[in-house]
Ligand binder design. Structure first.
Ligand code: BG6
Length: 488
């Protein structure tokens, strides 16, 4: 990362004592500071409801580092970092109170980055408070996180409220998957390697699988999660972002507008899910009690804070069809769930079989090439290739082998940065390539809404699956019907 690109800025975190901030933001900011990537005078002002002063935030940051940093805290870095922290207790719903902010910021000389680490119901009032208090300049930015809405209409409402105060260029909408090293590597893999670029469409690729399996359950967030479900929590954003990177046309450049333009086209081309095809194309599941790594875990409706009745899905699998020239006839199978056997995210690009087999001695049915992109853990790229078995047999014998590129082995000396480190830095740099545009979010909602509506019309409840399994059996049938199967 290049330090020269930095502009002086200060950061305000709304909801600094909340889950995202204490788990991620404070730790990532410390790491950026330790790496010398925060500008020397950058100040971090935390805002929350609890009464307190800088001491409260310093203590909070200290315990965050203790809990979530995977290495010992460096004393000198901590001293430098803690000196940047300040805290303001504010009732975020009282726009007149935002006046107090002015005494903490230097808007003449610094760019103000406002990180909204709060529920979307507060976005509007914070925007109004910032506007009324005269805290903002044309250079100020705001960063917001999912969930940006619950459906298209609510997302438009949030985006409208934000657009009242911030222009498009001032808004950074985060999907933390776009900060992940392996997701960004999809751009390199696709657009810097002719072997893939030239073999990347329906004529060579049979189908694509995108799996994002989580071992965790809902981590004490029953209230939030039961309103969302895995479709809104993971599919609408993270999986669709991965899909667009795999399916988009080559962008003209890496500039934000060029990448956004191509991603939007893919989202527009997704075939809508209807009440007529929803049963055949989608599967919803909800975990029941089971075991993960031999440890018993409760079912979804037995989690802390759960209600006894819920038809919210914790698993979803589906077939997505992209109606365009490149992908016609090549389905994308998407699958994501909580309480799966392991944390395991990967993309499988399954190439087509060759039209004729001359190695019938070795294989009656010649296996096709397969590209596996391991997103997490054990990040890397793997290609199944057919190879001659060494020897002087009368017939040439072949065998399926793997070209395996493991990132940790190949890039031994590189530190893999946390997605939030990268995205915080990009927000401070004012580079929006890795953020999502309004239109992308709204297109993604349009498609997801078609699925939610179809489920509502059919009234099907999610199928139970045992925690620690790969989801309901119906998820396997989804591919079986097409003569295919999941890779794991
Ligand atoms: C978040 C979801 O966006 O992503 C969580 O709200 C989920 O429910 C998390 O567990 C997964 O992120 P990662 O980086 O661990 O794959």
């Amino acid at each position: 990362m290049n330090k020269k690109e930095f502009k002086p800025c200060d950061l305000v975190i709304f909801g600094v004592l909340g889950d995202l901030s204490t788990r991620k933001l404070l730790v990532c900011l410390y790491q950026l500071d330790k790496a010398g990537l925060l500008e020397p005078d950058t100040k971090i002002l935390g805002i929350d409801r609890l009464p307190g002063n800088a001491e409260l935030l310093i203590k909070t940051a200290q315990s965050s580092l203790k809990k979530f940093l995977s290495e010992p805290v460096d004393k000198a870095s901590w001293l430098k970092f803690s000196a940047r922290l300040n805290y303001l207790s504010l009732d975020l719903t009282k726009t007149e109170d935002y006046q107090q902010l002015n005494q903490y910021i230097d808007k003449e000389n610094r760019i103000l980055i406002n990180y909204f680490s709060v529920p979307p119901s507060l976005f509007k009032v914070i925007c109004q408070g910032l506007k009324k208090s005269g805290t903002l300049t044309d250079e100020s930015r705001m960063v917001m996180e999912k969930p940006i809405g619950h459906d298209l209409a609510s997302s438009q409402e949030i985006n409208d409220a934000v657009a009242d105060v911030f222009t498009g260029e001032q808004v950074c909408r985060i999907d933390h998957y776009l900060g992940k090293e392996t997701v960004l590597n999809l751009l390199a893999l696709r657009f810097a390697n002719s072997i893939f670029t030239n073999n990347w469409d329906h004529s060579t690729i049979d189908h694509v699988q995108i799996t994002v399996a989580e071992e965790v359950g809902i981590e004490g967030r029953w209230g939030y999660f039961d309103d969302s479900g895995q479709t809104r929590d993971m599919l609408q954003n993270h999986l669709l972002q991965i899909l667009t990177f795999i399916a988009m046309e080559p962008p003209v450049s890496l500039k934000a507008e060029d990448i956004h333009y191509e991603k939007i086209k893919v989202l527009k081309d997704l075939r809508m899910i209807t009440p007529e095809n929803v049963t055949e194309k989608t599967v919803r599941g909800q975990y029941a009690a089971g075991a993960i790594k031999n440890q018993p875990v409760p079912g979804y409706k037995e989690e802390v804070g759960a209600k006894t009745q819920s038809e919210t899905e914790t698993f979803v699998a589906l077939r997505a069809d992209i109606d365009n020239w490149r992908w016609s006839g090549t389905p994308f199978y998407l699958r994501t769930g909580k309480r799966m056997p392991a944390k395991h995210s990967e993309i499988i690009v399954q190439f087509k079989q060759l039209p004729h087999n001359i190695f019938t001695e070795s294989y009656a049915d010649l296996p096709a090439n397969r590209l596996t992109i391991r997103l997490q853990p054990n990040e890397g790229v793997e290609v199944d290739v057919m190879n001659k078995v060494p020897g002087i047999d009368e017939q040439i014998k072949i065998q399926k082998t793997k070209l395996d590129l493991s990132f940790s082995k190949t890039f031994k000396d590189s530190h893999i940065v946390d997605a939030y480190e990268r995205l915080l830095l990009e927000a401070m740099r004012g580079n929006s390539t890795l953020f999502i545009s309004r239109e992308e979010i709204e297109q993604a909602w349009t498609w997801v809404d078609s699925m939610q509506n179809a489920w509502a019309v059919k009234g099907d409840a999610p199928k139970p699956y045992a925690a620690g399994s790969w989801g309901p059996d119906d998820a396997c049938d989804l591919l079986k019907r097409d003569g295919r199967h999941w890779s794991s």
